[in-house]
Structures are given as structure tokens and as C-alpha cells.
Ligand binder design. Structure first.
Ligand code: ZN
Length: 234
């Protein structure tokens, strides 16, 4: 048995209408329609079946669950939907499904082959976050983020970043902020863009920072483009 989980982290009250394939969320008197996670998980099942067929893997039963990860989200439905659960119910559901599929469809060796192929073919999602949430680049707060007190705008003073609010100082606070730049705006950055995003006025300071990060780069001095490394997300 293969189990698909469509996990949703949505706050408020969710009303699932499984006849109309509609999801309505109410939060602070605001009512809005959202994409139906059941349609999403069905589409994924169809895509996976197609992939298995193309890769000549034998078919196996596919099950699905829509999981609401926020325990305070209130779930309402027009009728009982057994595949709709809060995340705390996952172990119980998995146990029930395992009971249902006692018969072994595939030997362990075959399963391992299948999972290693799936992992090998996995490509990480790289959505355009700003577009997704209709945020303009100009709306982003610029400057180095203080992870002690969340103030944005640490100052670069004598080879260190210092927070004007809590006076926390750090040598490499820019790394986190550049990680945000890579995830929100672009994996590639120039000296000028870096100065602009970190609020650094001195070109030699930004050059020093760029050098210290030892990034892959291309192009000549002024227009040189650096590739920001992405940290592995656990
Ligand atoms: Zn601070």
C-alpha cells in the first residue's frame, strides 16, 4: 500500500464540501474559497500511477489522506470524510490501513528499488514565493535580521554586525539574511544587489563579505554574479 498525505497548514475554520469539491475557510469574519486538497491529492495519485507505469513498476493500492496540521483548525464537513484528519490521528490511520492491507503486494526488495528510484527522480520544489503570495519585492524589509530580537537593520561596525535595539553582535548575521534573499528573490546576486539588500554603503565591505563566503561566481569584476548556496532544509 502506498499512502499519499496532503498536509495543509491553514488556520481558522475549514468547511469541506465534498459534493462540490469546495473548501471554504473562515477566519476573523473573512470567508474565502481555497483549492480543494482532495482534488490535489487525486491529481498526485494519477501522476504517480502514470510514473509507475512508465517506469514499469507493478501497480499497488494507493491510499490518501488529507491532513490538517494545525491542531486548532476547526474542521467542518457536509458529511463524514474518513480520509480527512488532524495530524495527531496519523498513527491510528496508518495502523488501520496496515490492517486492511495484510496481503503483501510486493517483496521488500521491489519496494526498496521503487523507493530509491523515486528519491533519485525527486526534484525539490522551487516556487516563486513572492508571486505565490502576491508580494512585491519592494515590500520586503531590507537589512540584516537580528535573530536575538527580530529587528531588521543590524549595522556593520568593525567587522561585526551590531543590532541597534538589543546590541547583540555577530560576525556572520548576513548569512541568514542572504539565505532569505536566495529563497525569496534569487539564487544569484551581484555586489550592488547585496549592498542594497543588506543596507551596506561601502563597496569594499560588501566585497569582503562576498569573498569570505567563497561562492561560485561568473563574469568580470563589476558585473560579477555570485551563486548563493542554499542550506539543506531538514
Ligand atoms: Zn537585536
Amino acid at each position: 500500500m502506498q499512502l499519499h498525505l496532503e498536509v495543509k497548514n491553514i488556520a481558522g475554520t475549514l468547511h469541506f464540501d465534498n459534493k462540490k469539491n469546495q473548501l471554504i475557510r473562515t477566519i476573523e469574519d473573512k470567508v474565502e474559497g481555497l483549492p480543494d486538497p482532495f482534488l490535489q491529492v487525486f491529481n498526485q495519485k494519477i501522476q504517480l500511477e502514470k510514473w509507475l507505469l512508465q517506469n514499469k513498476f507493478p501497480r499497488m493500492p494507493l491510499e490518501h489522506l488529507v491532513v490538517i496540521s494545525n491542531p486548532s483548525t476547526i474542521i467542518k464537513t457536509t458529511q463524514y470524510i474518513p480520509e480527512l484528519i488532524h495530524n495527531g490521528n496519523i498513527p491510528l490511520k496508518v495502523q488501520q490501513l496496515t490492517q486492511r492491507y495484510k496481503f503483501e503486494h510486493l517483496p521488500t526488495k521491489e519496494l526498496k528499488k521503487r523507493s530509491s528510484r523515486l528519491l533519485k527522480k525527486h526534484t525539490p520544489a522551487d516556487p516563486d514565493i513572492l508571486k505565490l503570495f502576491s508580494i512585491n519585492q519592494s515590500e520586503l524589509l531590507r537589512g540584516v535580521f537580528c535573530y536575538q530580537c527580530s529587528t531588521v537593520g543590524m549595522k556593520r561596525l568593525s567587522a561585526k554586525w551590531e543590532c541597534p535595539s538589543c546590541h547583540f553582535s555577530s560576525k556572520d548575521a548576513h548569512l541568514e539574511t542572504l539565505q532569505d534573499y536566495a529563497l525569496l528573490i534569487d539564487r544569484f546576486i551581484t555586489n550592488q544587489k547585496l549592498r542594497n539588500f543588506l543596507h551596506i554603503s561601502s563597496r569594499s565591505t560588501s566585497t569582503r563579505l562576498l569573498k569570505s563566503m567563497q561562492m561560485k561566481h561568473s563574469g568580470s569584476t563589476k558585473g560579477r554574479v555570485y551563486e548563493l548556496p542554499l542550506k539543506e532544509v531538514q
